[in-house]
Structure formats: C-alpha cells, structure tokens
Design a protein around this ligand. Sequence first.
Ligand code: GLN
Length: 434
Amino acid sequence: MTGGVFHFRPDDRYHAFITCCEEAAYGGGHLSGIPVAVKDNISTKGIMTTCASAILWGYVPPYNAYVVDRLKSEGAAIVGKTNMDEFGMGTTTENSAFGPTLNPIDTGRVPGGSSGGSAAAVAAGMVRMALGTDTGGSIRCPAAFCGIVGLKPTYGRVSRYGLIAYANSLEQIGPMAANVSDVNLLMSIITGHDPRDSTSYDQPYHHVPDPDIHGLRVGVPEEFFGKGVDPRVASVVWDAISRMENQGAEIISCRMPSMSAALAAYYVTCTSEASSNLARFDGVRYGPGADPKKQWHEAFQERRREGFGKEVRRRILLGTFALSSGYYGKYYAKAQTARQEVRDDFRRLFREVDVLAGPTMPTIAFKLGEKTDPLSMYLSDVLTVPANLAGVPAISVPCGTSEGMPVGLQIMGRWFEDERVVDAAFAFEQGGAS
Ligand code: GLN
C-alpha cells in the first residue's frame, strides 16, 4: 500500500470520540492503512483539538505534534480525536465537557481516565491502536479498566512538542493497543529525538519483544497492596505475579516507604503546574472569544468561568494557592522534597531488582457517577503516580478479571529501560495470562 483514503464510519456508541475524521488519508510505511486514534490533547493540524474543554471548542491547531507527524510519515490513518477528562484532569473520563465515555466491557461503568476515549476505541475494536497521555496514570488506568495494554514511557523518551500541557514535568505521550506487540510497534514509531522539546532524549526505540524472563528479578513492594486495594483485585494480581515466577522470574518482596507521600506530592505538583499552564486560555488566542466590549479582566474572568469545568477550576485554584507567597515553602517545596524521596526509593530498589510489579489500579472500573467527591477519586491514583513523579517507564497489561471486569498488572522499570518493561509484559501476555 502506498497511500489512499481510509474510510472510518464508527458506530460510536461508547462516545469514545470527540471528533471523527471520516476520510483519513494514509500513506506507505510501517503503519500503512492502520487506523489510529489520537487523544484530543495532542495537536493535529487541521483537525479540531479541544482537550475536552469548552474553552477550546472550535480550536484547530495550525501544526502537528511531533508524534502526529511520526504517525503520518509511517502511513497511519488518523481517524479521530478521542474523548478524555478535561485537560487530562480525572480518572474516569466523566470530566469531559462533552459527556462521558462508556466502558465497552460494561456500559454502566467508566472506562477510566483520562485517556478513556482512546482505551474504549481500542477495546471496542474501532481502532487497532491509539495514543494516550499519562500525567499520573492516564494511560495505564484506562488500559486496566478496559482490558487493554498501555505504556507510559520514560520521561523524555517521547517528544511532548504539540501536546497541550497539563503538568509538563510529569506527563508523557504513550501507546495503547489490544496487545503488547502493537504497543511495541507504536512505541517504535513515536520515539526519537526532537529538538523542539528540551526534555527530549536521543534514544530511539527499536525493539523486538523477548518473552524469556528467566532470572528477571521482580520486586513487589508491600505498599502496592496496601490500604484501599480491593482484596479481590489484589488476589488476581498475586496470581499473575506467581505466574511470572512459574515462567522463571525471581519474586522479591521489598518496601517503598515514599508511597505514603507520593499522592500528596503528585497533587500539589500537578495542580501548581496546571495553574500556570492554563493561564494562556483567556478567550483571546484560542477557542470562543471573550467579549471585546468588556474590561479585559472582566472579559477574561467571564470566559474562564464559563469555559473551564468544575474540576479544572478546582485545580487552578488549588495550584495558585500552593504557589502563592507564604505557602510556597509549605506546599510546593515540600512536595518537591517528597518527589525526590520517591526517586530515591526507585533508585535504591532498582539496584536490587530489575522491575517492580503490582496492581495498576486499586479497584476495577467504577460505576458511572459512583465517585462523587474529588478526594476519593484522587486516592485511586495512588499506584500510578509514583512512576510519573520519578519519570520511570510503566506498563499496564491485562492479567485477569474480578466481578467480570478486567484487572491490570502494572510493571515499572529503570529509567530508559522501556524495552525491559515491554519484555516483561510480553512474556506475561504470551505465557502467563490466564
Ligand atoms: N487521574 C490523575 C489526575 O487527575 C492523572 C491524570 C493524567 O494522567 N492525565 O491528575
């Protein structure tokens, strides 16, 4: 195949997409003719990009994100932009300004978030692969809840050029697909050095997954099975870990004390960064315009009040408070100390083990509307945020079910050892998955 038009007429009963491109062009290359969905916070030239926010409704980027250029140059057909929690802030995709995505396994439940649309599109078989973004679990959580595979790469491995920032020191774009091989393939396409992202490393990813995990040292921190983890989910994940042992891996129990501060450090850091990143949305440069007859501060205020959803407003306020003079030391600086402790814990553990394993999420997918208070929603991110705070790679691979819903096994690795994490997941998928 050397090019053409891919016709995409989805029956989007799960509301996985915000924008569908019914006629997507494809070219020649490693992804020739393959339909790929792209999360709606990744810039696509000529295709509306909203971050699932009313404040960006109608915004059409004049350029492509690095990863989108890569997809196109390998011939992929970009068939649409997927639904998400507004600006990536959430764990269920219910925070979309355009209505929630439903979980294709059980439409009474959420698909997870914030890349819920990407996960649902893959799980429902609408696309073969999708791009998500992960600031504190947004690739791995929906992968776990929808029964697919999702990888958050090492920080710096994938260019963030053209990603609309939520919390830039934490987030990475990454691949989502039904199996590890497709995640591996998509990863090889989106990596590479990009001088337009100053944190981008020059370490391309060309890898053939190896299913042999003999001698792999798998650390299991006690804290990964701590308070809040549903015992039924824990038992599915323990079974999965013992299957890795049967495949030749060495299971080593260990401790990760910084877990107790990780969630708080994450929420102080991400809200602080969000308050600064979202300052640019003022109704002048993007989306529906502010009223030009009003005083500028009134016009901005009105636009931001109407354009941002409740959770986004909450986080801007929290972040602005955390950064305000007099409180900076008490919150932001303290969070950075805790973040360093998380990094130190990983560094120490990775001297003794090759990867760490545990549940991706403490529970199965929630029912739609089940989580109403923000704190209980935040608590469900406890197992995914450490990888973002430290910047290490982490994958979620399906490992069984509880109450008929998928459970994800999370495997984290050393910085820039995304290949090893993929291998461990591949081995599990090939030989250990029940
Ligand atoms: N649920 C987390 C949050 O709300 C993670 C989101 C993400 O990774 N974008 O911040």
